[in-house]
Design a protein around this ligand. Structure first.
Ligand code: PLP
Length: 466
């Protein structure tokens, strides 16, 4: 195939397929036609901010610090080719077939190997293989949440969870975080308030390790208290842990699932960040009564997770080098994290604060409250650089002066250049504000004190994880 040729075009001699019928834009009349048919829930469905951004950042000249992607160029193409060839030669018919809804036993073995690395040992019967961790969030919400039910998550929370909670019409409450993760004391106050109103939250959703988007890790002490609260109150915790294995330094606190034992903690995992997001393979661990309902929910949504992807993971694990592959990723991401922190120090004005993650993929930066990062993104895009505006991680319009910065999917040079460009755009705004008002403003500095202004009660994070 010559360069520039469409790889999907039909080969010579075959009749060309009919030209697709394209619509330029959805007109008001088009919308009217369906308006009475849409389900009520579609009125509260939100677009995923990251999905929208992916279109804008796909231009090759844009340095995107917006995605949550891992660097899939690190996976050797020759290994991928050999693994897929073996599948084709030895298990073609099976790999192309439907599989059981709960996933293959071999996939569950791989999952158990991964979870054992963080000290967990779930019963295979307690595991369901899902189409990515995203489906696991969707299934758990579908299983527990009726319209109006309270759900609690962190402030900020994983931006991809926000559209899920909205789609099921949850009444979502967000509990502030600081450098040691979710403020469990504030969670307790919220639980007391809800109880006084006769309301019981369906679950608390948390990403306790190297959180997306904040990059912070919940301390061991808070984890223990959270687990105690779960037991005392019979409160369900949904622990989403895509990043626990991506630790750059130090020892990690124990997962909630391990601390609690799995009665009140539903655990979500994924191969996306340690192998490939393209294979769309995740999992959920829950006690049998919960898993039964989740399995029914999954049957309705996609019957089973991709058999081919499950065969690929089994091949990859059979080769035995998966731990070394994660070690390589950790080394690469650590250097990129360092490049980002160094560039932030050099190029962001002193009026900004940011987290210093010990793992994962993200740094969370907070600017003075007169800067709106959604507006700032438009300016940054003109400089061919992108980030995720903080508002995407809130259900209620907070986070407007914060941003999520990804360091896993760009090279060290790109990260340095991207941060330099964002820093310049921020500095222009800061200088303008200070010249006009004569005022010097920083995000509220003391831990535990709410930041003022449009940030609402978003707590600025200390620069270092405790
Ligand atoms: C906290 C968290 N949960 C879930 C997901 C979804 O991942 P996937 O569906 O690729 O497994 C992500 C992806 O970025 C994430 O950061």
């Amino acid at each position: 195939m010559t360069e520039g040729q469409d790889p999907h075009a039909s080969s010579q001699g075959e009749p060309a397929p009919p030209a697709p019928h394209r619509r330029a834009h959805t007109s008001a009349r088009d919308l009217d036609r369906y308006a009475d048919l849409f389900a009520q829930r579609t009125t509260v469905m939100r677009s995923s901010a990251m999905r929208d951004l992916m279109e804008l950042t796909a231009r090759p000249e844009v340095i995107s610090l917006a995605g949550g992607q891992t660097d899939t160029t690190t996976f050797p193409p020759e290994s991928f080719a050999a693994q897929m060839t073996r599948i084709a030669q030895e298990s073609s018919a099976e790999a192309l077939q439907y599989g059981p809804t709960e996933g293959f036993a071999r996939t569950k073995d791989c999952i158990r190997e991964v979870m054992a690395m963080e000290g967990m040992g779930p019963d295979p019967e307690d595991i369901i293989v899902t189409t990515g961790g995203q489906q696991a969030i969707d299934l758990v919400t579908k299983t527990f949440v009726d319209p109006g039910d309270p759900v609690i998550c962190e402030a900020p929370t994983y931006p991809g969870a926000v559209p899920v909670f909205s789609a099921y019409q949850a009444d979502t409450f967000q509990v502030e975080m600081d450098g040691a993760g979710m403020r469990v004391d504030r969670l307790e106050s919220l639980l007391a308030e809800l109880e006084a109103e006769g309301r019981r939250p369906k679950f608390v959703y948390t990403v306790p390790s190297f959180q997306n988007p904040a990059g912070v890790t919940m301390s061991a002490e808070r984890r223990r208290r959270l687990v105690e609260i779960a037991r005392e109150r019979e409160l369900l915790i949904v622990e989403d842990n895509p990043y626990g294995m991506l630790r750059f330094e130090g020892e990690g606190p124990e997962p909630l699932y391990k601390l609690e034992g799995g009665d009140y903690v539903v655990y979500l995992g994924t191969f996306s960040k340690i192998l490939s997001p393209g294979i769309r393979l995740g999992w959920l661990c829950a006690p049998p009564p919960v898993l039964e309902k989740v399995t029914l929910g999954k049957q309705a949504s996609d019957l089973c997770t991709s058999t081919l992807s499950q065969y690929f993971v089994a091949e990859f694990f059979d080769e035995g080098g998966w731990r070394e592959y994660i070690d390589d990723l950790v080394g690469i991401y650590r250097r990129r994290r360092d490049a980002m922190l160094d560039a932030l120090d050099r190029h962001f004005p002193r009026q900004a604060t940011w987290t210093e993650p010990q793992g994962g993929l993200f740094v969370w930066a907070t600017l003075p409250d007169y800067i709106n990062t959604t507006d700032l993104l438009a300016k940054a895009l003109r400089q061919n650089v992108a980030f995720v505006p903080g508002a995407a991680a809130f259900v209620d319009g907070r986070g407007t002066s914060s941003m999520r910065l990804n360091f896993s999917s760009s090279t060290e040079d790109e990260i340095r250049e991207g941060i330099r460009r964002i820093g310049r755009v921020i500095s222009e705004q800061v200088e303008l504000f200070e010249t006009i008002t004569g005022e010097y403003r920083v995000p509220a500095a003391s831990e535990g004190e709410p930041a003022s202004g449009s940030g609402g009660d978003v707590l600025p994070f200390r620069r270092t994880d405790p």
